[in-house]
Design a protein around this ligand. Structure first.
Ligand SMILES: Nc1nc2c(c(=O)[nH]1)N[C@H]1C(S)=C(S)[C@@H](COP(=O)(O)OP(=O)(O)OC[C@H]3O[C@@H](n4cnc5c(=O)[nH]c(N)nc54)[C@H](O)[C@@H]3O)O[C@H]1N2
Ligand SMILES: Nc1nc2c(c(=O)[nH]1)N[C@H]1C(S)=C(S)[C@@H](COP(=O)(O)OP(=O)(O)OC[C@H]3O[C@@H](n4cnc5c(=O)[nH]c(N)nc54)[C@H](O)[C@@H]3O)O[C@H]1N2
Ligand code: SF4
Ligand SMILES: [Mo]
Length: 738
């Protein structure tokens, strides 16, 4: 909803900023307003950049979910600001948010459907929507006729509106009738979901951002919020007594903020967590009343944890005995302790059980469901939560279970369809869909708002899947993209800023997202594309009776979520917008200590610490870690097109410790190749730095030209199917052609 009626205040605010700037530069602030536009020192603040309308919305990058005001002039986006009234960010934005309006008019937006009319090997040519969607329905239909409906594999995302996820899930599972539907969230949040289910019986991060303010101990495990959730850093240190502990093999910007940095050896987190539990048990620092009232499996856990002696944990983690003891005592003595984690935990073949080991600590000490006390999965994408709740991929909408007859019947009754139409088990997970495509069990692939050529591990196997599949559709807001190179059909999508609905952030806050610009060319919203496909399949009236807008999807999703843990039914879009978002489940879950397991108790898990899959050896002697930097978003379709961000970090680099650089006789800024058993990345700038430990190297995964996923490993968590992006064995060689 736009705030044109209130522009008075917003314009005054803008004038305030300019006035302050002018004062700083000694310009007479009583001059006419246009004067500063003509002053060369204000070259960048011209009249043409002064908004005539401000629209409230929510940031479309990360899961922090900052509230923003977007300024438009004559319908064109010209400015972005933090919304000072928003409870999440209180007026602040990080560099990506501040420049987000620039994404919409950046070069490279997809503007027309494109079809490889002459087949593979011929160019993609512009076609009409009519032809594009007719071809899509008939090609997929023919393949399904020949190979069964599950031959269609669909990979979604955490970056659509909740209303769009809800619509897409029904379209894939009930319209196209394929169970093989998953999302890029399996590359991201799947282990957090599985870990929460293991311990508590359901997904759902129990805490809130406010806990970062109240906690007296904050332990971040494999989470670099200073780069990746920057606005959360503002919450730290509100409590002057607070101790910040960061476990990360790298000295990240977040580690530099910490009181105690734990430079754990890669994948030794489980040993650390079990070791802390061992000390808490040994020194009587547990909340026995909480354990007795609200958990099960305690006795087994006590005998299991006994093996994690200080010396053993010190050997495995590389931390000193004193440090481990100190951290355990800080955690045990805290009135309220918070453990946050992100991809340093989830991106592992042991991700789900590491989450369970984190939950064990919270259960032992009763650090759940109270202010400041939570085991908290910090999510990644703007709407990773929305797809977890409404998505119909890893569970039925509303956190219902595929294997529960009751859940299926309940859902079928709301939808007025026979219950037997609902699948009784989930289909293949993302990596298994890719393997099935290689094995020709999946012959059609449809990618929506994800760019796997850069983001999926072990590119060689993915490439085989993309070339073996008979029909590949890529639906993206940008064109060309590295994945579109493999597409038979490209569908141009509207993106954030061009559509209306909701996102749900890491603290379960449902936030309003508003349109303030029109999509370029013929690009259409994902929602429109889904409804048109439903029409062509002849299922529109059954699945989406009378729907024309995302609000229709919202109203049905409200009914579907009513009475469930993720209950959206009591909020209207207007309330959500006016309140700066509403948290489903209230501020905190599990305040009563009752968990959604059959007996209401949270379950302790005995989690062994295993070495990671691909250990370094004499041929591949270094451990490659991959991740992110503040300036870029994932595969850079968006941030690569925003000059102010891209110019700060235009190329990939490899971090290497001085000890290794000296041994390998490299010099600062040498060009190097990174080689693994699978493939290599060539011509990368070497940065010799103590940020990484000896024996380890790090590179960002953002760059298609120097794609880290050429070398990463196709090893997956057996429970969540999440890839082990954070460790594989490589060697580094001097690039001969640089
Ligand atoms: N600027 C920016 N922000 C983003 C994103 C982006 O692309 N750019 N992406 C968003 C998304 S989708 C996500 S999922 C989040 C990710 O947010 P983060 O998880 O913070 O990001 P990463 O850099 O992938 O990994 C975090 C850390 O895990 C550490 N790590 C590696 N191995 C281990 C280990 O064995 N143990 C421990 N304890 N740590 C380890 C790495 O050194 C790294 O510093 O960021 C979100 N925010
Ligand atoms: N080596 C390594 N690999 C990783 C990771 C790592 O740490 N290391 N991190 C993993 C993680 S956590 C994640 S989340 C993934 C992310 O990986 P991807 O999902 O591949 O990353 P994005 O670049 O965000 O891709 C989203 C695409 O959707 C398009 N898009 C944006 N908005 C819209 C929209 O509204 N509609 C449509 N149709 N398209 C839109 C964008 O242009 C972009 O091409 O990468 C994973 N890959
Ligand atoms: S912290 Fe995340 S949500 Fe907030 S402005 Fe930055 S990218 Fe957007
Ligand atoms: Mo992610």
């Amino acid at each position: 909803m736009n705030l044109t009626a209130q522009t008075g205040t917003s314009k005054n605010a803008e004038f305030g900023v300019v006035t302050r700037l002018k004062r700083l530069l000694g310009i007479d602030t009583n001059q006419q307003k246009y004067a500063y536009a003509e002053d060369p020192r204000f070259g960048y603040i011209s009249e043409s950049r002064v908004a005539d309308t401000w629209t409230r919305t929510t940031c479309g990058y990360c899961s922090v979910g900052c509230g923003m005001l977007i300024g438009t002039r004559d319908g064109e986006p010209v400015a972005a600001r933090g919304n000072p009234d928003h409870p999440v960010n209180r007026g602040k934005l990080c560099p990506k948010g501040l420049s987000e309006h620039q994404v919409l008019r950046a070069p490279g937006r997809a503007t027309t459907p494109m079809l490889r009319r002459g087949g593979r090997g011929t160019p993609l040519v512009p076609v009409s929507w009519e032809e594009a969607l007719d071809v899509m329905v008939s090609r997929i239909g023919a393949l399904q006729e020949a190979h069964g409906t599950d031959t269609l594999g669909v990979i979604g995302t955490g970056q659509l509106l909740t209303e769009e996820f809800y619509t897409l899930g029904k379209l894939v599972q009930l319209g196209f009738q394929s169970r093989n539907y998953d999302g890029n969230t399996t590359l991201c949040m799947a282990s957090a979901v599985s870990g929460y289910k293991l311990s508590f019986g359901s997904d759902g991060p129990p805490g809130a951002y406010a806990d970062l303010e109240t906690a007296d101990v904050v332990l971040l495990v494999g989470s670099n919020i200073a780069d990746n959730h920057p606005i959360l850093c503002n919450r730290l240190r509100s409590n002057p007594e607070q101790v910040l502990i960061v476990a990360d093999p790298r000295v990240t910007k977040t580690a530099m903020l910490a009181d105690i940095h734990l430079p754990v050896k890669p994948r030794s987190d489980i040993a650390l967590l079990n070791g802390i539990a061992h000390i808490l048990l040994r020194d009587g620092m547990i909340d026995r009343d909480y354990v007795d009232a609200h958990t099960e499996g305690f006795d087994d856990f006590v005998s299991f944890a006994a093996d994690f002696t200080l010396q053993h944990v010190s050997d495995v983690t590389g931390l000193s005995v004193e440090t481990i003891e100190r951290v355990a005592h800080l955690y045990g003595n805290a009135k309220a302790a918070f453990i946050g984690w992100t991809m340093g935990v989830n991106h592992s073949t042991q991700g789900s059980v590491t989450v369970a080991a984190i939950n064990n600590l919270a259960m032992l000490t009763g650090n759940i469901g109270r202010a400041g006390a939570s085991p908290f999965s910090i999510t990644g994408q703007c709407n990773a939560m929305g797809t977890r709740e409404s998505g119909f991929a890893s569970s039925l909408p509303g956190y219902r279970k595929f294997d529960s007859e009751h859940d299926r019947e309940e859902l079928a009754a709301i939808w007025e369809i026979p219950a037997h139409r609902l699948p009784t088990a989930r289909g293949l997970a993302y990596p298994d869909i890719i393997e099935a495509a290689v094995a020709k069990r999946v012959t059609a692939l449809w990618f929506i708002a994800t760019n796997p050529v850069v983001s999926f591990p072990n590119f060689k196997l993915l490439q085989q899947a993309l070339t073996t599949a008979e029909f590949v559709v890529v639906q993206d807001g940008f064109f060309p993209t590295p994945t579109a190179d493999y597409a038979d059909l490209v569908l141009p999508a509207a993106i954030w800023g061009e559509k209306e609905g909701t996102y749900t952030n890491s603290e379960r806050r449902i936030s309003k997202v508003n349109a303030f610009a029109t999509p370029p060319g013929e690009a259409r919203s994902d929602f429109d594309i889904f409804l048109t496909l439903a029409e062509k399949l002849g299922v529109k009236d059954v699945l989406y009776p009378g729907w024309s807008t995302t609000h229709d999807a919202w109203l049905e999703w409200q009914r579907v979520s009513a009475g469930r843990m993720c209950d959206y039914s009591s909020f209207t879009w207007q309330q959500i917008e006016e309140n700066g978002g509403m948290q489903w489940g209230g501020e905190r879950l599990y305040e009563d200590g009752i968990f959604p397991r059959e007996n209401g108790r949270a379950l302790f898990h005995c989690v062994p610490c295993l070495p990671f899959t691909e250990q370094p050896d004499s041929d591949f002697g270094l451990i490659l870690n991959t991740g992110r930097t503040v300036e870029h978003w994932h595969t850079r379709t968006k941030t690569g097109a925003v000059p102010i961000l891209n110019n700060m970090m235009p190329n990939a680099w490899l971090e290497m410790n001085p000890v290794d650089a000296e041994r390998l006789q490299f010099r600062q800024h040498d060009r190097v190749n990174i080689v693994s058993r699978r493939s290599s990345v060539t011509n990368v700038e070497l940065r010799i730095t103590g940020i990484v430990a000896p024996g380890q190297v790090f590179m960002p995964f953002h760059f298609a030209e120097q794609n880290s996923n050429q070398v990463t490993l196709g090893a997956f968590d057996p429970i969540s199917r999440e890839p082990n992006f954070k460790q594989c064995a490589v060697r580094v060689e001097r690039c001969r052609y640089a």
